[in-house]
Ligand binder design. Structure first.
Ligand code: NAP
Length: 256
């Protein structure tokens, strides 16, 4: 019953986790605003969502374009009267040579999409949620936001920033009716991880990951990290002294 008639603004809906979430939410009767850059894929997804029983609208735009994200949120709100839940999911891995070589433009692109894109999305929905005294902001962050990882400076920085941003917002909106849920997944099989040949510990199938996202949102959890095995390792790593952490994490090879 949680999702029935909820209006959900979902960024990064055209593939992977976003697509999986959209279909699951449509089946549960949610109304969806689907945002991503690839219009055709969104169109096909919208048809599947309608067939599954959920209403949906498509917004083909870039999350880095604050005005376009605002326009999309305004259009969704004016048609359905409210936005109950934002799922800030749009993101890229930046798994390329330029990013790994710390070329400023390449690093900026990852941070712009993953962090500033989420900021734009929050900014487009939060004032009206506060006015109504209800709503939920959901960040699809990552276990990669806990500590630095090799060959992942841009991605880790973007996800650490995202986690800190949403946690800070939570402090500002507590007791105002708006919940903030920060989800920190490990490795999930999606187009984002598909190019990698190296080992990804505890890699999850997309369909097995979707219930974890849904549960975290339905329970309005402040933080949800999974799979538990990797989440436990990463949490423990937080307490390692730098010398030990550098020795262990420096040997990880999942981005080569
Ligand atoms: N897969 C994992 O192992 C994993 C683990 C932890 C966290 N995550 C996070 O989960 C989120 C979804 O990733 P995924 O694995 O599902 O990857 P994915 O299949 O590549 O999906 C990424 C989504 O983000 C959208 N997107 C990318 N850049 C955008 C932009 N500038 N403006 C609007 N939309 C944009 C893409 O759509 P368009 O290209 O059509 O714009 C696509 O819909 C990301 O934030 C990622 O960091 C993934």
């Amino acid at each position: 019953m949680f999702w029935k008639d909820k209006v959900v603004f979902l960024t990064g809906a055209s593939s992977g986790i976003g697509e999986g979430l959209a279909l699951a939410l449509a089946k549960k009767g949610a109304t969806l605003g689907l945002l991503a850059r690839r219009k055709e894929m969104l169109g096909e997804l919208a048809e599947k969502c309608e067939a599954a029983g959920g209403k949906s609208r498509v917004f083909a735009c870039d999350v880095v374009d604050a005005e376009a994200v605002q326009d999309a949120a305004d259009a969704l709100r004016s048609e359905f009267g409210k936005i109950d839940i934002l799922i800030a999911n749009a993101g890229i891995g930046g798994n390329n040579e330029e990013t790994q070589n710390l070329k400023p433009e390449a690093v900026k692109k990852v941070i712009d999409i993953n962090l500033i894109g989420a900021v734009n999305s929050v900014s487009a929905v939060l004032p009206q949620m506060l006015e109504r005294g209800s709503g939920q902001l959901v960040a699809i962050s990552s276990l990669a936001g806990f500590r630095g990882l090799p060959k992942s400076a841009a991605y880790c920085a973007s996800k650490a920033g995202m986690t800190a941003f949403f946690e800070s917002v939570r402090l500002d909106v507590q007791n105002k009716g708006v919940a903030v849920t920060i989800i920190q997944p490990g490795f999930i099989k999606t187009p984002l991880t598909s190019g990698r040949e190296n080992k990804m510990p505890f890699l999850m199938e997309l369909e097995n990951s979707i219930p974890h996202f849904l549960r975290a949102i339905e329970r309005k959890k402040k933080f949800a990290a999974f799979p538990w095995q990797l989440a436990t390792i990463v949490r423990a790593g937080k307490f390692f002294p730098a010398r030990l952490y550098d020795r262990i994490a420096g040997g990880a090879k999942y981005r080569e």
